[in-house]
Design a protein. Structure first.
Length: 56
């Protein structure tokens, strides 16, 4: 499922970013560009990030 439509970023992409050291939405933005266009995805991305950080 897409989390960030503007940059076509999925939950799997977020999991990969977490595996590469992303632990915040700001870091996700650095690694994937998530949230850097309209910004509508950041709240949901934060929830997905929390789940991914717990799993890893
Ligand atoms: Fe993520 Fe627009 S949906 S920046």
């Amino acid at each position: 499922m897409y989390v960030c439509i503007c940059h076509s970023i999925t939950e799997k992409d977020i999991q990969k970013a977490v595996n590469n050291g992303a632990s915040s939405v700001m870091k996700l933005a650095e690694l994937t560009m998530l949230g850097t266009q309209c910004g509508n995805c950041t709240k949901y991305a934060d929830q997905v990030l929390s789940r991914c950080v717990c799993k890893s």
